[in-house]
Design a protein around this ligand. Sequence first.
Ligand code: GH3
Ligand code: MG
Ligand code: MG
Ligand code: MG
Length: 339
Amino acid sequence: MSDTTLPRNAAQADAESGLTAFKVRVLLVDDQLIIVEAVRRMLSEQADIEFHYVTDASLAAQAAAQLHPTVILQDLVMPNVDGFALIKQYRDDETLQHVPVIVLSAKEDPKLKAHSFAVGANDYIVKLPDKLELLARVRYHSNAHISRLQRDQAFRFLRESQKQLADANIELQKLAALDGLTGIANRRRFDDVMRVEWQRGQRDRQPLSLLMCDVDFFKLYNDAYGHLSGDLCLKKAAAVLTEHLKRPADLAARYGGEEFAIVLPDTPLAGAILVAEECVRHLENLRIAHSGSQHGVVTMSIGVASVLPTPESSVDELIAAADKALYAAKHGGRNQVQA
Ligand code: GH3
Ligand code: MG
Ligand code: MG
Ligand code: MG
C-alpha cells in the first residue's frame, strides 16, 4: 500500500459547499519519498497551497479523481508504471482531462520534453527545481485551472438561475389567470378565452355558447351567515360548475362577485342548456341552508346564449344575450335556466 495523504471526502466537500472557494491543491505522483519530502518542504510554508502525494503510481489516477487537484506534479520513471501512460490516462478521464500536469523529470532531455507535451502535459521541470521556480509554475497552472473551474461554475449557476426564472414565470402566468378565492379561471382568463374561441368558432363555423350564472339572493346569504360562509359558498358553487364541464376546451370562470361564466366552444344551444340545467340542479341538491331564499337552500340562476360567430357580430353581443337570459331566469323565479 502506498503512503498517501488523501482526504477521502475532498470532492464531496467541494460539491456540498455550493459556490466553491477554490484552493491550490497539489498532487505529487512520485515513487521516491526523498523527492516527496523535498517538494513538501518547498510548498509547506505556503498557506494557500494544500499538498498531497502518492508514491504508488498505480493509485495515481484514482487518487487524482478523488482529490480534484488544481495541478498534478508527475514523475516519469516509476516502478511498473510509465509516467506518459499515466498522463494519457488523466487526459482520457472526464474529471481529470483539464487538470494541468507538470512533469517532474530527472532529465533535461528535449525528446522527453517533446513527448511529455505530446501526451498532454502542460509543463516540464527538471528535478529538483529551485523553490521559487516550482512555486511560480504551480501557482501559474493552478490559477489557470481555478479560473476555468470558476467560469464553468458561473455558467452552471447562470443556466440554473435562468431555468428557475423560466419556471417561476410559468407559475406566475398560471397564477395570474386564476381567481384567488375559488381557484378557477378569473375574468382576465375568461376574456382571453372568449376572444380566442370566438375566432376559432368563426374559422371552423362552429357555434359558441355562453352561460352566465348568478347565485340567488346572495346578499341575504352574506347578511344571514356572514362573509366567510359566503366565501365558502362561492367556492362550492365554483366546484359545481367545473364538475359539469365535459371537454378540455370548456372553461368555467369567476366573472365577478357571485357571478360565474361558462364558455362552451363548438356547442349548440341545446347542449349548453343541458349543462346549465345540470349545474342548477347540482347546486340545489347540495342543500346549503339559506334562510333568505324561498327555496330554503342556496340556488343559482343561469342565462344561456349561443351564436355562430361572424365578423359582423361580437363577443359583447353574446355576453349581452346571456345576461338578458339570466335576467329572465331571475324574474322567472330564480333557481332555473333561461335561454
Ligand atoms: P339576486 O338573486 O338578484 O342575484 O340577488 P343577490 O343578492 O345575489 O344580488 P346582489 O347583486 O344584490 O348581491 C350580490 C352579493 O354578492 C353582494 C356582495 O356582497 C356579494 N359578494 C360579491 N362578491 C363576494 C365575495 O367574494 N364573497 C362574499 N362573501 N360575497 C360576495
Ligand atoms: Mg521515479
Ligand atoms: Mg349578481
Ligand atoms: Mg346574485
